[in-house]
Structures are given as C-alpha cells and as structure tokens.
Ligand binder design. Structure first.
Ligand code: PLP
Length: 467
C-alpha cells in the first residue's frame, strides 16, 4: 500500500569513516567448490560473489547504516495505517548481507585453520545460506528438513555435517541415501543405530564441556562424559564403525573461553585413545558458541589451544559449527505499535509510583522474539518513528531514554511480554514504529503462528558490500 505520509523526515546524521586495508587470509576461499559456483542456483545475480575481502571488516559501517536506514524508511513510509490492507503493517526484518560477508572475512582472518560449517538451525534464511555457500562456508544440519534445505540450493552433500548426537533413525537412513557421510554421536545406543542405518558414515565423538556460564547450555543434554569415551571407542571398533574425530560445543553464547581451551585439551586425549585403537582421527569439530562481540577473545583462546594441542604438522582438519556469529548482527526487526494503555512515567523527573505505560506491538515471544524464552536474549527496543519523525540510529536518542514503558506482543497470552521495563527516547503512540537491532540469531527460526499471527516476517535485503 503506497502512502502519503508527507511529514515523515529522516533525521539520521551520517559521517564518513575510513579504515586501513586489512591483510585478510584467504585460506578458506581455496575451498570454494568451483563447480558449485557455476551452478545456476548458486550464481545469485543480485549478490556480489566476492573473492576480494572488503577493506573494512568492522561489522557496523556507515554504508550499512545508511542502507538499513533507507530500507526501514521506505517500508514504513509506504504504509498508510488508516487505509492499509490487513497485514500491510506486519513486522519485518531488514537484513544486511554485507555484514554476513564481513563476518566471514573476519572469521578467516582470525581463525585461518578453522573451516566454518554454518549451523542452519540458527537462521535458515535462504539468502544467507546462498551467500555463505558462495563464500565457501559449509553447513551443520541437525534434521532431515535442514539437510533438504541445504541440498535444495545445489550444495554438495560432502559440505554437510549431520551434527546431531541423537538422530531420528529414519533421518539417518535418509542421510545415507543423499550421501551425507559425516555425523556425531555421544552414546552407545547411537552407535548401534548408526551400524544399522548408515554404517559407512564417518563419526565424530561429541564430548561433554563445561558450559556453565553460557547463555544456552548444551552439555546438560549432549556430550559423552570423558569417563565413557574409552568404552564408546571400543564399541565402535567392535562394530567396525569409522571414528574420524571429536566434536564438542561449549554452549551457545559462550562467555568462558577457558572452557574452549579445556575442551580442545580433552579432545586431544580422545584423539590419542582413538588412534591407539586404530582409528584415523583426523577431524576436530570445535562446535559453535562464537559471537561477534566476544570473537576477539574466543578466537585467540581457540588459536592458542589449537597450536598447543593440535599443531599444524599433524594434518588434522579443524572445523566449527558457528550459528549466532554469522547472523545475529545482520538482522534488524521493525515492529508497529498497535495499542497503548496507561500513562507515561518520565523516570528521570517524576516521583510518581504509577505503573509505566503498556505498549503493544505486532511481534512478540510467540513470533520473532521467541529468543526471549528460548535463547535468553533481551532484545533492546529503539524508537524508529514517532509522529512522523524518522529516528533510526538517532544520535540524540541514547541520552534521552526517559520514557519508561512495558512492551507486549500481540497475542492474548500474558506471557507475551517483550520487556517489563524499557526506556524509550520518545513517548510513543499508536502507529509509531519500534526497531530491535541484532535479532538474526534464533529468532525467525522458531517463530510460531500462535493466535493467528503470521510466523514468517517479510525480509528486506540490502548489501553494504555490493556498493
Ligand atoms: C550441535 C550444535 N552446533 C552448533 C550450534 C550453533 O551454536 P551457536 O549459534 O552458539 O554458534 C548449536 C546450537 O544449539 C548446536 O546445538
């Protein structure tokens, strides 16, 4: 619906920035399968297939801000709330694929030995998958559906790890028929299952880690205790299975990178046990748990551990399963204020104890902000428009966050609360828009259509690396 909101004005200010050329390693680019880039479905005319690293690998660039700003502006100004069709004002994402590309180059510069297998579960967005595939990233799939998604893009099955230590039997048979020949396990029942359904697959033994401080713990559910490793390897030997190495995961949103070093050290011990039993042991899978914000620290810890316990001359292939790292910062969610209740408490000036105003928006914990429940995220709301003024990345807003509100999703459930105590820069009213930066990880992937609200938000793509 094209609209006529003439008073909408952009108040973002733009400054230019320049960074020195970075000496980016291109180790992984050598792994790009040339035959794949000639496939029509991987050509992606609309995307830049870059073999030249960007000058600037900082995630936020002025170009990126401007493109995201323009995409948000164009979309919200196209909607006339008084006349639009049902759903025209639905929440939507803006995805900057250029950020994903820069994150890739940051990865290969910082972790040149570690080949990433993107964890599809984190965000199976097709444009992201295609871009990562074109850059040489491989894929971690955990179900038949994810394997099919990746294969449907023309990606070779040799680029997939079926990274689930407790697989559905029929999915395992399926993985055999489509030639996915690398998987993980952490218990003896899984070994019998593998023997039955896919005896020739290569296996990585997933070991337990100390993930106590991670945002989302995984070792409470998966990973063999070290005390079980010897028996598992012996059983695999008896069953004539092919143990190719070790995997682990230090927890999603990991914070303690000492546990990464410890996990690599433990993996070393398992390698030695495996080799003593005659297994090849030539793949180490260091899992996920990386995020852009802590990447400097985690990559340094990992490099230290790899050099210490898996020196280069050993010819062990090091792979990882990053999810959050590649997508969290690339997606911005815009939501519309559909209702509001109660007065506004100006927290810095008033001693009034009345409750903050309740602001209702058209996305919530049953939709793209399910990450509040499932991923322990705390999405940060910012005002995108207020009474016709466009405020994306408003430089003045940070110091003026004084309107204390609670923010609620659109469903009838009282659980559907995005924030019970948010501070906004403006006294928002019905029809205004809010935005949430950095909502690409574990968001759309688990959105539900509960209560009749659409699960799949529209995504607008920009690419700050293609211009
Ligand atoms: C087996 C496995 N690999 C990789 C990931 C991705 O983790 P992250 O998004 O923290 O990188 C997960 C997340 O749950 C996982 O379970």
């Amino acid at each position: 619906m094209v609209n006529d909101i003439p008073q909408m004005s952009m108040s973002t200010s733009v400054q230019s920035s320049s960074s020195p050329m970075l000496e980016t390693e291109r180790v992984l680019l050598a792994n790009i399968n040339k035959s794949e880039s000639s496939r029509p479905d991987l050509k992606m005319e609309s995307l830049k297939l870059s073999t030249v690293p960007p000058k600037d690998t900082a995630i936020e660039t002025e170009n990126s801000k401007q493109l995201i700003s323009k995409a948000l502006f164009d979309q919200v100004t196209s909607i006339n709330h008084d006349t639009c069709e049902p759903g025209d004002e639905d929440p939507f994402f803006v995805c900057d694929l250029g950020k994903v590309e820069r994150l890739y180059y940051t990865w290969i510069k910082s972790l040149p030995r570690v080949h990433p297998y993107y964890a599809v579960k984190c965000n199976p967005n097709e444009q992201v998958l295609k871009l990562l595939a074109s850059l040489g990233v491989n894929f971690d799939c955990a179900s038949k559906g994810e394997i099919e998604t990746v294969l449907s893009l023309g990606i070779d099955p040799s680029r997939i790890i079926y990274a689930h230590p407790c697989k559905v039997g029929s999915f395992l048979r399926f993985s055999k028929t489509v030639d996915v020949n690398l998987t993980t396990f952490d218990n003896s029942d899984e070994l019998y299952k593998v023997k039955k359904h896919h005896p020739t697959t290569r296996l990585l033994l997933r070991i337990i880690t100390d993930d106590e401080s991670a945002q989302c713990r995984l070792s409470t559910k998966y990973g063999a205790p070290l005390a079980n490793v010897s028996n598992l390897l012996k059983l695999a030997k008896q069953l004539e299975l092919n143990i190719a190495g070790v995997s682990f995961h230090v927890g999603s949103g990991a914070n303690d990178f000492g546990s990464l070093v410890k996990a690599v050290k433990d993996a070393r011990d398992v390698f030695d046990l495996g080799r003593a039993l005659g297994f090849s042991m030539d793949i180490l899978d260091v899992g996920g748990g990386f995020s852009y914000e802590s990447f400097n620290e985690s990559s340094k810890a990992l490099n230290f551990a790899l050099n210490e316990y898996f020196p280069l001359n050993e010819n062990v292939s090091i792979i990882a399963e990053p999810g959050r790292y590649f997508v969290a910062n690339a997606f911005t969610l815009a939501v519309n204020v559909i209702a509001k209740r109660g007065g506004v408490l100006e927290s810095s000036t008033s001693s009034d104890n009345s409750s903050p105003a309740m602001v209702y928006v058209n996305d919530g914990v049953y939709g793209n902000m399910n990450c509040i429940l499932f991923d322990h995220q705390t999405p940060k709301a910012k005002v995108l428009t207020h009474r016709g003024e466009f405020l994306y990345d408003d430089l003045n807003a940070a110091s003026e966050n004084r309107f204390n509100v609670s923010i609620w999703g659109p469903t009838c459930d009282g659980l559907d609360c995005i924030s019970d105590n948010a501070l906004l820069s403006h006294n928002v009213s019905v029809g205004d828009w809010l935005y949430f930066p950095d909502l690409g990880a574990y968001t759309s992937a688990a959105a539900s259509p509960f209560n009749g609200f659409k699960a799949n938000a529209h995504t607008i793509y920009v690419n700050s690396e293609s211009c």
